[in-house]
Design a protein around this ligand. Structure first.
Ligand code: HEM
Length: 485
């Protein structure tokens, strides 16, 4: 095999990549050794800022296939025909850990999907849980602060986490899931994904539906207990990467079924719960799961950094037929992600291979970092709008139907009749005795070192969800205390 010639980044052949140019056999290195300078300078620039959340991740490329006709709900081209296939990129992640964190820590898992559709990229940037800790994006930076390191100790702080949760009762549903068996999946393949938010669909007749997305693992659920995960982390911190990468290399491609719950637009005014509240699920009895399709992850990217680290997922990436909802957290996310990408990756991050759509891109954004692409063969005189020079024009046929909103401008408290405790209590009552015991013990372990004042505040929330819940945690805390001292 003929080997390719090593070159500088400007393409000039390199005569030697091992020995610096020196003045004499034992003399100092010359500044003119540009190849050496370039090599060192590039190394200094190998890191970009890690994601402020969800820094540790694992991903792969794959294919989505439509298995059921949902065109009566949405005109999105990705769903236009049964059997239709669309390329995609998945990235899974933990929320709190940094880039080097151990994979099997107890944490919510990110579940990001990018679909390269013929009308642009559609990103579904969800989690492995159907709900979240907060229902208002205003609280997100504070919530995340409690998950990250303490400013003085530089350690994660149980005190901060429970201080926040005990004063944020809407978090109880998500906290119950996090502390349950589902809090430590064994691999990315053995967990479900959820779009979590309510999104909207609109069809060719301009009818709107509210929709929730569910991705059901076809590998079955597998989780670690606290004890098991301690042993795993003792052996490897990279379990998820090893398992996902290994399965795909072996040809053992993981699959998920995509399902949706659909709510007619007018129902949102009638439900006893706020269907746009991210801390609540929609009862499946009222809005049953409808099959949509299946996706399979079948390729490890040739370069992890290029495709997984450079991936820029954003809930703002929607396509005609798929839209937002009044969910307050979703609204905040619509701003936050593209802002993060411009900082983390650079102005024209969407032109990077991981993010570049397969559809033609024609916009009037002009210069800036990474402006390495051309004008898409349009007239170079057409660099503003409106113009008479043949530049790209808008397409009113893809406009979303108008959304009716009413009400006074204010900062509102959630006041639906479901309250904070019904759904966490219902979830708790679904667990069998062993699952409940593990829940109590996991919570007690996570409360180690937390002040009694905060624990007592949190116990009130468990009691309100179900007295057995509060009492179980109380008992486990005593046991933990005896074990400790
Ligand atoms: C990543 C903000 C809530 C799922 C991120 C990033 C930011 C962010 C800035 C890093 C983006 C990057 O550098 O590429 C927020 C804000 C939220 C919020 C402001 C609330 C207002 C949520 C919720 C979910 C979620 C509710 C899931 C339902 C994710 C996932 C990632 C992520 C999966 C990783 C994306 C990837 O794989 O690259 N978030 N987030 N976030 N967030 Fe959120």
């Amino acid at each position: 095999m003929t080997k390719k010639k090593l070159t500088t980044s400007a393409g000039a052949p390199v005569p030697n990549n091992q020995k610096s140019v020196t003045a004499g056999h034992r003399g100092p290195v010359l500044l003119q050794d540009y190849q050496l300078l370039e090599k060192l300078a590039h190394q200094n620039r190998e890191r970009i800022p890690e994601r402020v959340v969800h820094a540790k991740g694992w991903g792969a490329q794959g294919t989505f296939t439509v298995t059921n006709d949902i065109t009566k709900y949405t005109r999105a081209k990705i769903f236009s025909e049964v059997g239709k296939q669309t390329s995609m990129l998945a990235r899974f992640s933990t929320v709190a850990g940094e880039l080097g964190a151990a994979d099997t820590e107890r944490d919510v898992r990110g579940f990001s999907l990018k679909f390269y559709t013929e009308e642009g990229n559609w990103d579904l940037v969800g989690n492995n849980t159907p709900v979240f800790f907060i229902r208002d994006g205003y609280k997100f930076p504070d919530f995340i602060r409690t998950q990250k390191r303490h400013p003085k100790t530089n350690l994660r702080s149980n005190e901060a986490m429970w201080d926040f949760w005990s004063q944020t009762p809407e978090s109880l549903h998500q906290v119950t899931i996090l502390m349950s068996d589902r809090g430590i999946p064994q691999t990315p393949m053995h967990m479900n994904g959820y779009g979590s938010h309510t999104f909207s669909f609109w069809n060719n007749d301009e009818e709107r539906f509210w929709v929730k997305f569910h991705m059901k693992t076809q590998q079955g659920h597998k989780h670690y207990t606290n004890e098991e995960t301690a042993a795993v982390i003792g052996q490897t911190r990279e379990k998820f990467q090893e398992e996902l990468y290994g399965a795909i290399e072996r040809g053992d491609y993981p699959k998920w079924k995509m399902m949706i719950q659909v709510m007619p637009e007018a129902d949102a005014e009638k439900t006893a719960y706020n269907p746009f509240d991210l801390t609540k699920v929609w009862p499946h009895a009222d809005y049953p799961l409808i099959e949509v399709g299946e996706f399979e992850l079948n390729k490890n990217p040739d370069n992890y950094f290029q495709y997984i680290e450079n991936a820029a997922y954003s809930p703002s990436n929607v396509v005609p037929g798929i839209g937002f909802s009044p969910d307050k957290v979703l609204q905040a996310r619509i701003f936050s992600y593209a802002d993060a990408h411009r900082y983390r990756l650079g102005t024209h991050y969407e032109a990077l291979p991981a993010n570049a759509p397969i559809s033609e891109v024609n916009h009037y954004h002009k210069d800036g970092a990474m402006r390495f692409f051309d004008n898409g063969n349009t007239n170079p005189d057409a660099y503003y709008e409106p113009n008479t020079k043949g530049g790209p024009v808008e397409d009113p046929s893809v406009a979303e139907p108008p959304m009716k909103i009413e009400g006074d401008v204010n900062r509102y408290e959630e006041n639906d009749t479901f309250g904070e405790y019904k759904q966490p209590g219902d979830l708790f009552r679904l667990f069998n005795d062993e699952q409940k015991d593990r829940l109590f013990n996991n919570i007690a372990a996570a409360m180690q070192g937390v002040s009694m004042e905060i624990i007592e505040k949190q116990l009130v929330h468990f009691d309100k969800a179900d007295p057995e819940y509060g009492n179980g945690v109380r008992k486990a805390l005593n046991l933990t205390a005896q074990n400790l001292y």
